[in-house]
Design a protein. Sequence first.
Length: 215
Amino acid sequence: MDFWEYLGNRHQQLLVDAYQHASAVFQCMVIATVLGILIGVLTYRKEWAGNLAITTTATILTVPSLAMIGLLIPIVGLGVAPTVVALVLYGLLPIVRNAIVGLRGVDPTLVDAAKGIGMSRIAQLIKVELPLAWPPILTGIRVSTQMLMGIAAIAAFASGPGLGNQIFRGISSLGSANALNEVLSGTLGIVVLALLFDAAYVLLGRLTISRGIRA
């Protein structure tokens, strides 16, 4: 069976796996983004705290993904839970780092001006600092999403959802008629999803970043 015939026969299962893969990455990115920005906001003012946050999240990223999920299985079991925990942890570094860099890069005179017109500390953060730091934060989100697209494939090791199941089925049946088709369809599906997500982030950037900041 050639590749295109395989796609025609298995397109429904591939679409289900692609949807589950995209859904898992999207939901984990939402959690990672909220946590990453929160960590950045809490640590960017103190040099040691910001460095500690970046070093800690960077250390997490050095743990091999297969080992991470393997370590999580005895704690949270098989399926969705280890996938979510692992993806959220892996997704933190680019967001935390870019949030800290972006917030530290805000012009202090703008913050002083906001303070001068009576803005509270929270208002300064929400109305001035975070909007100005948003471009680098969004870049961190884009980088994190691209990483998680590939890492999410390992979720199949823990009976997790997504296109990794296609890849693992192909690897486990090497030598069979459809082994290469399964690996190729899963891999290409992940690449296509990554490109679609990145295009969505480009559009989001155009909608949420003012022309003055982009310039």
